[in-house]
Design a protein around this ligand. Structure first.
Ligand code: T4K
Length: 407
């Protein structure tokens, strides 16, 4: 139970009870965004025992092969190539597609999306986002296409899909490769079809912070047989058989323990989604009355993993700013995150080239991710919502206190 709950009844609380202003923190232990979900512990341990007994730790072992098979079944995509992480997966896709020159992508994403391109000597060209979906604004892509453009990289951020049909149409018309960073979108669908099968290839992340994790891990999925063959070779130094290398490659392999964790967590996939959905709905309900606070919502007609609970704070209405709210939450031990701030285009090494992305910058300054997943209880969520409600309902006073106490 949080200390916030043990104190006064919420309606009697004042802003002086907030930890930042001298009260006790609401939680004794930090509540993280991205706390890993962990499936059946014993099954994982049994699998690790089996891996150790058989002394087959990596290089296309049986657990990796089974993990890949299950991903193809869950997504309905023909090929899955499991990797050590999603960043390496993106780099392998970029190489395998033969991209060069410039690739157009949104700036509103985790830095790995841009770094994967830049790491390979390709210039990321940042496009603004649609303020509703937070995904690349397809209406702004054509203005960025030059003779050097070789591809479009969409990001299905929060598990919400890009306007995939529009991207396919633009890529097709200009002869560009199209691929997706779907690090957030495992278990989500677009027009009833699972994310994974769109464009030339898509990439998932199974990092510890993702709702299905393999400790570290990623996967490339594609329906293209030739591309899949190429990706598989590239992931393993280009080896075609013992002592025979036919092409350039790298070590992008997933190991057996990661695959064992991935398989264990896949068995709990439905349970994780149920918890995420309940958490999301509880937050949405308990914060529904706050002026100036909106929710990143999910399309209930599509499959969705609900792994991110994202608020938008409109400081013109709330008076208290997003960053002030985050500071308050931190002191309560609620480690809310500014995913994604300040935007890739304003981050080194990309910030040397000025580019104006008004919607991206507006959203980067408003968003706030809250703790969810199996590590958060309904009581925790109620306490977090009470803190947020207290702050927003007293926005003017809280903001003045920041100024007067020079915080
Ligand atoms: N594309 C997109 C759109 C992505 O979001 C990501 C990754 C990628 C590509 C690349 O995927 P990978 O190559 O990583 O497979 C975290 C994750 O490290 C990163 O994977 C993720 N996106 C990003 C959104 O979040 P940071 O820098 O915020 O990590 P960090 O260390 O601050 O941890 C996040 C929170 O999770 C903390 O509050 C602590 C908590 N945590 C973390 C770990 C690792 C735990 O409670 N337990 C843990 O084991 O990037």
């Amino acid at each position: 139970m949080s200390t916030f709950e043990t104190g006064l009844c919420p309606s009697k609380k004042t802003i002086d009870d907030l930890a930042l202003f001298g009260g006790r923190p609401a939680f004794e232990q930090p509540l993280h965004v991205g706390r890993p979900n962990i499936g059946n512990r014993q099954k994982f341990v049994n699998r690790v025992d089996d891996i150790l007994d058989r002394r087959w730790l990596t290089n296309d072992g049986p657990y990796v092969i089974e993990f890949e098979k299950q991903i193809t079944q869950l997504t309905g995509v023909k090929h899955c190539i499991a990797t050590c992480n999603a960043t390496a997966a993106l780099e392998i896709v970029i190489r395998a597609l033969g991209l060069e020159g410039e690739v157009i992508l949104p700036s509103f994403t985790f830095i790995a999306t841009a770094h994967a391109l830049q790491w390979l000597g390709i210039t990321p060209v940042f496009c603004d986002i649609d303020p509703q979906s937070h995904t690349i604004d397809h209406r702004k892509i054509e203005g960025l296409i030059t003779p050097r453009t070789s591809g479009i990289l969409g990001v299905n951020v929060w598990g919400r899909h890009c306007d995939i049909a529009a991207l396919e149409e633009i890529a097709g018309r200009h002869g560009l490769k199209l691929f997706f960073d779907s690090a957030h979108a495992f278990g989500c669908s677009y027009q009833g079809r699972m994310i994974g099968g769109f464009g030339d290839a898509e990439v998932f992340s199974f990092h510890a912070t993702k709702f299905v994790n393999s400790l570290e891990g990623g996967a490339i999925v594609t329906n293209n047989d030739d591309l899949a063959q190429k990706l598989r070779l590239m992931r393993n130094f280009g080896f075609t058989s013992y002592d025979r290398v036919d092409s350039l490659g790298i070590n992008g392999k997933m190991n057996e323990v990661s695959a064992a964790m991935g398989l264990t967590n896949l068995e709990s996939l439905d349970d994780f989604i149920v918890v995420n959905r309940q958490n999301y709905r509880q937050y949405a309900e308990e914060l529904s009355q706050l002026e100036g606070v909106t929710f990143v919502s999910y399309d209930e007609n599509e499959s969705c993993n609900y792994q991110y609970v994202v608020l938008e704070i409109d400081a013109a209405q709330t008076i208290v700013s997003r960053d002030e709210l985050i500071q308050i939450l931190y002191r309560e031990n609620v480690l809310a995150r500014r995913y994604f701030y300040p935007g890739c285009h304003l981050t080194a090494p990309y910030n040397v080239t000025p580019v104006s992305l008004p919607e991206t910058e507006r959203i980067c300054n408003r968003v706030l991710s809250l703790p969810t997943g199996t590590a958060v209880s309904p009581a925790d969520i109620t306490t977090i919502c009470e803190i947020i409600s207290l702050v927003i309902n007293n926005g003017r006073e809280v903001s003045a206190k920041f100024r007067s106490e020079k915080i």
